[in-house]
Design a protein around this ligand. Structure first.
Ligand code: IDP
Ligand code: MG
Length: 156
């Protein structure tokens, strides 16, 4: 099982798209194991996006991410990092394919609704930035045996 950090960005919250985006992850069979509405501080935004420091869009990105509340989520499943990135679509809303979150709900390149960790290392780092110990929960879902095929002894 992998756990990834998803952020529903200020545009998603302000546009009332949280429910529809969360529904996509739940419909897919992914498990929400952490969630909170929060306002990101400039310091946290800078740490989270440190790899983009110095790029032309960096100041705008930090300004955007701190401008209004976001919903941060820990999302779990086998291959969750890659699955969530695929569901998000390409970075720019103008280029993201139909059927993806960015492709279906937006047209902007910077206001692109959602962040998702892009590797296991990034997921571990980012989850620890946004969630304290005990805020990401381990719990069994009632329908788990119908989400994954465990007949071989290994969930797949
Ligand atoms: P990602 O969110 O798809 O992983 P990154 O390249 O990591 O994309 O960029 C982080 C965020 O910075 C993007 O989601 C987007 O909000 C913003 N961003 C990236 N490139 C540009 C750009 O060229 N112009 C404006 N904003 C950008
Ligand atoms: Mg990225």
């Amino acid at each position: 099982m992998e756990t990834t950090l998803i952020i529903l960005k200020p545009d998603a919250v302000q546009r009332g798209l949280m429910g529809r985006i969360i529904t996509r992850f739940e419909d897919k069979g992914l498990q929400i194991v952490g969630a909170k509405l929060m306002q990101i501080s400039p310091e946290l935004a800078a740490t989270h996006y440190k790899d983009h420091n110095g790029k032309p869009f960096y100041n705008g990105l930090v300004g955007f991410m701190t401008s209004s509340p976001v919903l941060v989520m820990a999302v779990r499943g086998i291959g969750a990092i890659t699955i969530c990135r695929g569901m998000m679509g390409a970075t720019f809303g103008s280029k993201a394919a139909a059927g993806t979150i960015r492709g279906d709900f937006g047209v902007s390149n910077s206001f692109n609704l959602i962040h998702g960790s892009d590797s296991p290392e990034a997921a571990a780092r980012e989850l620890s930035l946004f969630f304290k110990a005990g805020e990401v929960l381990d719990f069994a879902r009632a329908g788990e045996r119908w989400i994954y095929d465990s007949s071989s002894g290994k969930a797949e």
